[in-house]
Every structure is written in C-alpha cells, then in structure tokens.
Design a protein around this ligand. Structure first.
Ligand code: ADP
Ligand code: ZN
Ligand code: ZN
Length: 711
C-alpha cells in the first residue's frame, strides 16, 4: 500500500452521519496545511468546506481523494483549540461539526480574513519616484495606516498594490503604545491573590479567588493579565454578560490600551470578524467577553479568568451545550495556562474543588478601603401577616424606602426571579409544598388543581390546609416586577421608577441605557430580577430590598438554594458602595432556610457545608452527573411515548438513576409539549454512554449533559 501525507477533515455540516472526520490526501502544494486549517474538499458529488482536525502519514487502504485547497491564508484555529473542540464532542455529547462551529463563529467562516491594518516598509525599491517616496515615508515613521500613507505621499492605490505584490510594502499589526504603569497599589489581600496566580503562571494550574463584592477581584485580574502579557502570552477574561459590565470593559481598555479585543453578541459581523482575527494573529493580547469568548483563537494563551464563575449564563442552552468554565479548564490544561475562577459565591462544584485541595484558594474577606458590608435584616413575612399586614412591602421595608427617598438616595428592589410562578406556599409557616421524594417543590397545575413533581411524577391534590401546620392560608405564590412597580407608584407617587428584568432588557443596548440612566440618577428606584444584582458600582444606592427571597426556592430545581444564596449575597453587595453604609432588607417566608439565613449572616462556610451535604446525599453535582432528556412534540401523546421509550432504552443499565418521565415544568413551549426524563449517575462516562444509546435509538431527543436549568 502506498504511503501518503493525509489529513482528517470534519465537514462543516451538522448531520448525524457527519459526526466523524473524513480522510484526504494532502498534495505537496499544500504541505503547510495541518490541524486548524479550513479546507475545500470533494465530498459526495460536489465540494464541501471542512476543518482539518489531524494529520498523519499513512498507508491508504482504499482510494483517497485530494483536498482541493485551503480557504484562508492561515489556520483559523490554534491546535489546542482543535483538540478542545474534539474533546467537547465527548464531554457534552454534541456532534463534531457543532463543536467546531462553536470555535469558529459563522461570520468568521463566511468572511475573508481582513488585511492587517498597518503598512511597513519592506524590500527597498530601487526604481520609481512614487515608490521611493512611499517607501521612505514608511521607513522613517516606522509604519503608518494605509490612509495616512497615501494622503501624506500622494501615491496612488495602484502603485501601493504593486509595491505590496513586490514585497516593498508589508502589511502588519500597528505598533502598540506602551502600557501605563498600574495606578493602584494592591492591598495585602490582593497581593496574596496575585502571588497565588503568578506562582502557577509558568506551569499552569487553577486558582479560586473568592472575594466579597468590592473586595478588589477585578484589580487582581488586571494585575494577573499584566503579568501574563509581560511573559508574551495572551489572556481571556470571561464575564457573565458583557452588556452588564461596561465599567469592567473601561477598566481593561484603560489599563491595556490598544491590546483589548471585546467579544459580544450585539457586535456587527464585520467588527466581530476583525476582532477575531486581531486575536488570532496575536495583535490583541487581552480578550474580554461573555461565554463564547472562551473560544477566542489565542495562539499563545497564558491565562483565563472566569469572573462570577457561578453564573448560570456560562452554560449554553443550545448545542453544543457546553459550560464555559469547563471548556476554559480544558484549554488551560492543554497549553499550560492558569485558570482563575472569581466569585463572591462560588458554584458548589468550585467550592468543593477548593475544599478538597484541587484548586488553590484565596479568600478576600474585606472590602477595599475598609468600607463595611451592608447590614442585612431579615423580615419574617409570616409575622407580618399575623400582625395583620398583608401588603407586598413589610413595615420595615416601607419605612426604609421612605427614609432612603427622603434622603435623596437610590433604592433597588429585587425579586428572586421573573414572572412565572407555579408553586404553592403556606403563608403561615412559609413551607412550599415539597415532593416527598425529590427535595424540590411541587408545581401547580392550575387547571387540574393538582400538584406535580417534575422529576418522579409524584402527584397530589392541591391542599386546602397546610399539611405542615394546618393553616388554611395556603395559596399560589407569585409576584412579578410589574406588580412591584405598581406598588411603588401607589406608595410614593413622586418617585421615579425603572424596571429591569429579562423581558424588559431583551432589546439590544437596553441594558446599557438603563444602567446608565440609573447611574446618572435619573431614577430613584430600580425594580428588577437577578439581572440587576450583578457586579455594578452604584454609589447612590443605600438600600436594597429583596421583596420576595423565596420565589427562587420554590423552583423545581436542585440549584434553587445555590441561586438564592448567590442572589441574596450579591444583593447585599450592591448597597453602600459609596461613602455611606448601606442597608439590606430581605423579606422572606423562610427565614430559617439555610440559604436565606446564611446569606443574611454572610456565613459562607455554613451555607456550603449544608448544601454540599445535600448534594452528596442525593448524588447531584459535584457528586454526580446529570443528563436531561427532553422529548418535545406538537402531539402530547407522541412526546410522552418518546420519553417513555427513552426510559425503556435505559432501563436495566447499572449505575443510573432514572427520574420521570414527567411533563417539563414549562410543559408547553412554542406549541410543543415537553416531557423530561432526568438521568443521574455518579460517573460521567455512564451519562455519556446513556446519551449515545438514546440518540442512536431516537435522534429527535434533545439531550443536555450536566444541565443548569431543569425547566
Ligand atoms: P470586585 O471586582 O471584587 O467587586 P473591584 O476590583 O471592582 O472589586 O474593587 C472595588 C473598588 O475598589 C473599585 O472601585 C476599585 O477601583 C477599588 N479598588 C480595588 N483595589 C484597590 C486598591 N488596591 N486600592 C484602591 N482602590 C482599589
Ligand atoms: Zn403551614
Ligand atoms: Zn419527586
């Protein structure tokens, strides 16, 4: 058998049959083509674009076709990113083309690489006065933009093109301005955190920087990035939502002028392609962006920061359903980079890794400048009710808002989540009606007047008296942001109110406008859901009221306590960031719930001990893996049948716990009925095997490995 240079190519089309590489011969003319190159290949009776994932020399068993040509002037992906994409297929159970598409966004696939913007003098021209004039201009100034050079010398574009062809003018990246010296002196706590990161910068490793809001984490990231750049490597900084972090972006651009590329979803395609190639060529050394920026094609990655690493937005809901923190860890591992995880309220996965010594762990317990953390007062809404107060705002919260407005300060009023409320809570004892088997709250199906567990299918009639305390004050629980706004308007007609929730913020740019308006004090009260609890500095805010801390606790989701703890802790961090101390009031029907009580006391260790115990007992992450199986169809009977069949496919496999199938909490979405089957296993490999078996049986199933939302 003849031996030949071969490349393995993944065809850029999402189809189950294309979930593998195809082998082609590499003609000598394209000897440079290897992993990471996009190529055109013959495929079937036509041609297709694909990405090279491997190269090898080998005997060719059968006839092998030649690849036709590369599609770009350089490999789009650095080799480590190709390997990460292949890894994603097995980690998240997606198709290879889907994984590669995540790494090479559509506009980059569809638009050519832009020329580098800067012109430099190349080989010296010996003839032609125009040519000599342009060459001398570039040589003397050490380069210029095309526009500058043509305007200053009067040379025609045609001559410039000829000089580029002759190598007398080179394209290149603009020279970078020198880095300004750091303007802040780090506190001893920050120094410790930076030292922990630098200690691993040459070997690779992982550091958790656990710091309360305002403890100076961002300043730590800036110092770590500066050290990375000084070693000639690049850094990626991930934030949960780029629109929420205009202040963060400004700080990075100020500290690293000309070196930052920003990736976000609202960018025009042309800008995105330009930024992407700036990173690919190494011109931009710092990437700031949301989830998908974890795939920034850095050729010399040295540091990845995942800020607010506990945020659910790092999990992608669409295929490939990756988690950016895990992808970041895998990338860092492959290139010997450091992964820095930052949070005031780390995920249980990360908290566990820190407590078992799998990651270095630095805690920043104090705010910079000794500014005090806000006091949190818990208002027991059951007691309010007993005292005859049935309003949305307790007496304490009403007084506090009135005081805050009278002083000319700003207030934030928070709900634990938006809209849809489907649980039943006793207003006398505060207990949501829970599933006796699953430790999640039961969901109300109003039409049938029944409560249902969405995991094990436990079902019961809606009680008329509370099974826990006998009170008849048991009812459907629900408050939306609109109702809070109405109540504020009723009580304080002169107050200027803004509302922010996922619905009102859907339009592009509306985040930034809203936050700027509140920052500029064009409103007195901001009402919203968790979207407003994130890391922004609002010096005018002296009061944060959590109107209903329990709403999230009643979600049928094992992460409910984690989310509630994070929200309440973050909310407390919003008050009193200026020069005055703040006040936090948490209204709850569950003052004893450990997530509420621990957040109010800022007792992190107590919360993590309790929650880790619960997770371990029930085999939830980090003590196990999950697979969420969804069957959806316009015909509810068909969805149910497919879900039932999925259960049959898995029945009898050892090591799996099967919960359901049952109607999804959002039982009908966009006209399709949704059935869920939840698979639990201690080992990831069991979950992945189950996923393959299910897809082989029925490719219509939608599978999520390690889901973040069980809705
Ligand atoms: P976090 O990211 O933990 O919320 P930041 O890094 O944003 O904290 O710091 C909070 C505030 O304190 C910011 O206004 C920041 O400029 C300031 N700050 C941080 N570190 C220092 C320092 N070492 N000296 C002076 N001010 C600092
Ligand atoms: Zn009760
Ligand atoms: Zn149950």
């Amino acid at each position: 058998m003849p031996s030949a240079p071969l490349v393995d190519v993944v065809i850029d089309r999402v189809a189950a049959g294309l979930d593998r590489p195809f082998t082609y011969r590499r003609p000598d003319a394209w000897a440079a083509v290897g992993p990471g190159w996009r190529v055109l290949v013959p495929f079937g009776r036509s041609q297709a674009a694909g990405l090279v994932v491997a190269e090898h020399e080998g005997p060719t068993a059968g006839p092998v076709k030649d690849l036709l040509r590369p599609l770009d002037p350089y490999p789009l992906l650095p080799p480590d990113l190709v390997a990460v994409a292949v890894w994603m297929r097995d980690r998240w159970g997606c198709l290879l083309p889907q994984a590669l598409r995540a790494a090479v966004p559509a506009p980059v696939r569809h638009m050519p690489a832009p020329d580098p913007p800067w012109l430099y003098a190349g080989a010296e021209p010996t003839r032609g006065s125009e040519r000599r004039r342009l060459w001398t201009y570039l040589a003397e100034r050490g380069g210029a933009t095309r526009e500058e050079a043509l305007a200053a010398t009067g040379v025609s574009p045609a001559v410039l093109r000829a000089m580029e062809t002759a190598g007398q003018v080179r394209r290149g990246v603009p020279p970078r301005p020198p880095l300004p010296p750091p303007s802040t002196r780090l506190t001893p706590d920050q120094e410790r955190a930076v030292a922990a990161i630098l200690a691993q910068l040459d070997t690779g490793g992982e550091v958790l920087v656990e710091g309360v809001t305002g403890s100076g984490k961002t300043e730590v990231y800036l110092a770590a990035v500066a050290a990375t750049l000084a070693r000639g490597r690049q850094a990626i900084v991930l934030v949960p939502e780029i629109a929420l972090t205009p202040q963060m972006q400004a700080r990075f651009e100020q500290r690293f002028p000309g070196r930052v590329a920003v990736f976000h979803s609202a960018m025009a395609d042309g800008v995105r392609v330009r930024e992407w190639h700036r990173v690919r060529t190494g011109e931009a050394e710092v990437v700031l962006g949301a989830r998908s920026a974890v795939f920034a094609p850095c050729p010399r990655l040295g540091l990845v920061v995942v800020d607010e690493e506990h945020e659910p937005t790092y999990k992608q809901d669409e295929h490939p359903r990756y988690h950016a923190r895990e992808v970041a860890r895998e990338r860092a591992r492959r290139v010997g980079a450091v992964l820095v995880l930052g949070s005031a309220t780390p995920s249980l996965e990360t908290a566990w890794a820190a407590r078992t010594g799998q990651v270095a762990w630095v805690r920043l317990r104090k705010r910079v400048g000794g500014r005090p953390l806000a006091r949190a007062e818990v208002v027991d809404m059951r007691a309010e009710l007993k005292a005859g107060h049935r309003e949305m705002f307790s007496r304490a919260l009403k007084d506090a808002v009135a005081e805050c407005l009278a002083a000319g300060d700003q207030a934030i009023l928070l709900l634990n989540r938006r809209g849809f409320s489907t649980s039943v809570v006793c207003r006398a004892c505060g207990q949501p009606r829970m599933c006796p088997r699953c430790a999640v709250s039961l969901t109300l199906h109003a039409t049938e007047r029944r409560l249902l567990c969405h995991y094990c299918l436990h079902e019961e009639p809606v009680p008329t008296v509370c099974p826990a305390c006998g009170s008849p004050q048991i009812r459907q629980f629900g408050v939306g942001t609109e109702r809070v706004v109405e109540e504020v308007r009723r009580l304080w007609p002169d107050a200027r109110v803004l509302r922010a929730d996922a619905d009102s913020l859907r339009r592009r740019g509306s985040h930034r406008r809203l936050f700027e308006a509140f920052l500029a004090r064009r409103a007195d009260v901001l009402v919203g859901t968790q979207v407003i609890a994130k890391g922004l500095h609002w010096p005018g805010v002296t009061l944060v009221g959590v109107v209903a801390a329990d709403l999230g606790l009643t979600l049928p989701d094992f992460r409910a306590a984690e989310r509630t703890f994070a929200l309440l802790t973050q909310a407390a961090g919003r008050a009193g960031r200026g020069d005055r101390p703040g006040r936090v009031i948490i209204q709850t029907y569950n003052p004893e719930h450990y997530s509420v009580a621990a957040a109010a006391r800022q007792d992190f260790d107590a919360f993590y001990a309790e929650e880790l115990g619960f997770r371990e007992l029930l085999g939830y992450p980090p003590f196990g893996h999950l697979l969420l199986v969804e069957a959806a169809d316009e015909d509810p009977a068909r969805a149910a049948a497919e879900a039932e069949r999925a259960r049959t496919v898995l029945a009898g496999r050892s090591g799996l716990v099967l919960l359901g199938p049952a109607p999804a909490p959002l039982a009908r979405l966009r006209g399709r009925w949704r059935m869920h089957l939840l698979v639990k296993a201690r080992e990831l490999v069991l979950v992945l095997d189950a996923a393959r078996a299910l897809l082989d049986d029925n490719p219509r199933l939608s599978l999520t490995v390690d889901p973040y939302h069980l809705l």
